[in-house]
Design a protein around this ligand. Structure first.
Ligand SMILES: Nc1ncnc2c1ncn2[C@@H]1O[C@H](COP(=O)(O)OP(=O)(O)OP(=O)(O)O)[C@@H](O)[C@H]1O
Length: 614
């Protein structure tokens, strides 16, 4: 089987924060990382954020008290006198240590409570922000392949948002416990603290290097994962089931999907020996340093520089400090790693804000008298010839204009330009004299009704499928009236819950409609809006003759109050149009009524005769 072309994708992120960061640079970033997580948590639940921090401080202080009490208890325990006497003397310190341990565990439990309150909401908030960003960027951004990749990486960031809270909690806990253990240790003998730092440093550096390798692979496999998950969506979408099975596509799709998976996995597996090398080197180095640390302790004890009691406490403190130091490094790296993903998320939101269409421009009037296209040119990225080329056209209220032409002649592009969904490279589109480049996009959208070629079959009720995009209404009369216009009343009345019927076979016993019925609903959605500018791009391509006739009759009836543009390949339908505009290679080549064009000897006549010939 042919190798999938996309296997050559290697990932092209230009923004790899990892390359900028060394170990010490990472340490300097920690306060900023903590502040970032704190801001997120504070925005979600202030009480939980405060409890989270306080709990760690109390838990750490408790651990310090436990250690200090252990040191106190050691003195009588390794001292002189009978065992009973020594235990009796140590008992108060043990009791105090026990109380401190209980307080510490209790605080830890409250910390977990706060974390559990924050995590799910943080994830939802991060995810909501992401979806909101995608819903508000300029449509042109969707054409940019980097946008898709950045979106995918930002999704990982949203997923990691909640983990960053857990890491912060653990980081703070280990930090406070380490400071406590370090304080006790420094009090016993300052040299031990320095030796400790040296003992854990190699393992810390190793952890950072491993995190870098992992993140670099995540970035490198980003494009592959995006393409694979996109293909997964197509391959497993039940709507395409007939096409996939009916055309024997299953073996190729499976091969393709598995092959992409193998490429990604191979890249990840290539890291495994690298990770192992880093681990072995760092563990060996920290082992050597640890042996050195215990050697120093032994020498201090044997030479009588520290007492046996102090030495015993030092062993306990060293173990506590080591465990906390390791935790601290691990959670620092976790925090750092998550912050890289969080960085992708925040950058994406910032970019999305930058890419959002301007708002607050000039509002267009509720009734639009003319739409004027003035010398407009538009080219898609990576295309050599423009899709719309120096085109001028005026549309007037009350007029039904049919836009016709062969595939790829630029009809859909022109209607997107008319509605401001695409911005012209050159020239202007004016709604009642207001350049769409200066207009408030919200007011433009409010005046617009559109049936695109590819519309969504929304997994919502019939009512919502008609009213989606409009303010919520409790009056079903207008919904039924629109369904009447598109010939759907009978169909909807036979549905189990009529307007409330869920149109999603996959969900909770919902039902679905035929292709033509869905198309009628898409038309209903546009007609229900009663827009000032109504654009229908091949609205009846799946409809039977009756449905098609009904829609075009309704368009004609409604035409007086609006500008109507219909793109169609069924040239017989253009008889109802007041004007037919013929497009070829992004330009208008003919204009006129049906009767004028059908005998003009031009492209329209040729296409019409071909359609009659079928
Ligand atoms: N998203 C896109 N990216 C790149 N090129 C595009 C894109 N959409 C359309 N084109 C190109 O722009 C040109 C005009 O396409 P457009 O969809 O406007 O034609 P059309 O007349 O509506 O075609 P059809 O009758 O097949 O719907 C074509 O050459 C097409 O390949």
């Amino acid at each position: 089987m042919p190798e999938p072309a996309v296997i050559t994708y290697k990932g092209t992120s230009s923004r790899n924060a990892l390359e900028e960061s060394g170990f010490f640079r990472l340490c300097t970033k920690i306060p900023r990382l903590l502040a970032q997580v704190a801001r997120l948590a504070w925005g979600i639940d202030r009480n939980a954020a405060v409890v989270l921090v306080l709990a760690q401080v109390v838990a750490g202080a408790g651990a310090a008290v436990v250690l200090a009490m252990t040191a106190k208890a050691m003195v009588p325990l390794v001292g002189t006198g009978s065992v009973g006497h020594r235990v009796h003397q140590a008992l108060p310190w043990f009791v105090l240590g026990g109380i401190a341990a209980a307080v510490s565990r209790g605080a830890h439990a409250f910390g977990q409570w706060a974390e559990q309150r924050l995590r799910p909401r943080l994830f939802m908030a991060a995810d909501d922000a992401l979806v909101n960003a995608v819903l508000t960027v300029k449509l042109a951004s969707f054409q940019d392949p980097q946008f898709k990749q950045d979106h995918e990486r930002a999704e990982s960031g949203a997923v990691r948002c909640d983990r960053a809270v857990a890491d912060t909690q653990m980081f703070l806990g280990s930090l406070v416990r380490l400071v406590a253990a370090g304080g006790v240790l420094a009090g016993l003998h300052p040299l031990m603290l320095a030796v400790l730092v040296i003992a854990v440093l190699p393992s810390g550096v190793g952890t950072v290097v491993r995190a870098k390798i992992e993140y670099r692979t995540h970035v490198a496999t980003g494009a592959g994962r995006t393409v694979r998950s996109m293909m997964r969506g197509y391959a497993t979408n039940t709507f395409f089931g007939d096409e996939i099975r009916g055309n024997a596509m299953v073996p190729y799709l499976r091969f393709w999907y598995e092959r992409m998976g193998q490429v990604i996995t191979a890249r990840m597996l290539a890291d495994v020996p690298r990770q192992l090398r880093v681990s072995l080197v760092s563990y060996a180095a920290s082992g050597v340093c640890l042996v050195g640390a215990y050697g120093v302790l032994l020498w201090l004890t044997v030479s009588g520089r520290v007492s046996l009691a102090v030495s015993a406490t030092v062993v306990v403190a060293v173990r506590t400090a080591l465990a906390n130091m390791r935790d601290l490094l691990q959670y620092t790296v976790g925090l750092f790693q998550n912050s890289l993903y969080l960085g992708d998320w925040t950058r994406f939101l910032d970019d999305a804000r930058r890419l959002a269409p301007r708002t607050g421009g000039r509002p267009v009037p509720p009734v639009v008298e003319t739409v004027r296209v003035e010398k407009v040119t538009f080219s898609y990225p990576n295309k050599t010839s423009p899709a719309v080329d120096d085109l001028s056209l005026t549309l007037r209220r009350g007029e039904v204009v049919a836009l016709v032409g062969e595939n790829g002649s630029g009809k859909s592009t022109l209607v997107r330009l008319l509605l401001g969904l695409t911005t012209a490279d050159k020239g202007r589109v004016l709604w009642d004299g207001i350049d769409l480049a200066d207009a408030d996009p919200v007011s433009v959208a409010d005046r617009t009704g559109m049936v695109p070629q590819a519309f969504a079959c929304w997994p919502l009720s019939v009512r919502e499928n008609v009213t989606l995009g409009q303010p919520r209404t409790w009056d079903d009369d207008a919904v039924w009236a629109t369904l009447e216009q598109v010939g759907m009343v009978g169909v909807v009345q036979e549905l189990p819950q009529r307007l409330d019927t869920l149109l999603a076979r996959e969900l909770w016993g919902g039902v679905t409609l035929s292709g033509g019925q869905w198309q009628r609903l898409a038309c209903a959605r546009a007609l229900y809006r009663q827009p000032a500018v109504l654009v229908l791009d091949e609205p009846t391509s799946e409809m039977d003759a009756r449905g098609e006739h009904q829609i075009f009759t309704e368009l004609k009836k409604m035409a007086a109050h609006r500008i109507t543009v219909v793109v169609t390949h069924r040239l017989d339908n253009t008889r109802i149009a007041d004007r037919i505009v013929v497009m070829q290679d992004g330009r208008i080549t003919e204009q006129g009524t049906f009767d004028q064009l059908v005998h003009s000897g031009g492209l329209f006549q040729e296409l019409y005769e071909l359609s009659e010939d079928r």
